[in-house]
Design a protein. Structure first.
Length: 135
């Protein structure tokens, strides 16, 4: 990933692509700007993003309202350098040569803002570490 002609790409995967993976993608876009390509997807996408996750991100000035849950595809995994899963287990296809990480995070689904904030803040810390490793 030290090739200066191509920027690294990261795919965040959770079951519904409505909370954790959307917050992670929002943080990565905010912190890395256009230096890293960002994707997110879910093994069983929800109908909409978790409104509490949207509110939690808005508290930090990050707007993820325009995002929508997307289905996980083999092509998305193949096109990514780093694949970060968040509770989707074996639903994510494996390709040799990719960097895989599994982040153990509580699912914000059905939780109030006071429970989602620590999840959001944990994700932010992990994203900051990831950015320092990729660029």
């Amino acid at each position: 990933m030290t090739d200066t002609t191509t920027k690294p790409s990261v795919l965040f995967v959770c079951v519904h692509n409505a909370g954790r993976s959307q917050m992670a993608a929002g943080f990565l876009r905010d912190i890395a700007g256009d230096r890293i390509e960002v994707r997110s997807a879910g093994s069983m996408p929800a109908d909409q993003i978790n409104p509490i996750a949207v509110d939690a991100m808005a508290e930090l000035g990050i707007d993820i309202t325009a995002e929508a849950p997307k289905v996980l595809t083999t092509e998305a995994v193949q096109a990514s350098d780093v694949v970060i899963t968040m509770g989707c287990g074996d639903a994510c296809p494996f390709f040799p040569g990719k960097r895989y990480e599994d982040w153990t995070l509580d699912d914000p689904a059905g939780q109030g803002i006071d429970s989602v904030r620590p999840i959001r803040d944990d994700i932010r810390g992990r994203i900051e570490q990831l950015v320092s490793e990729l660029i």
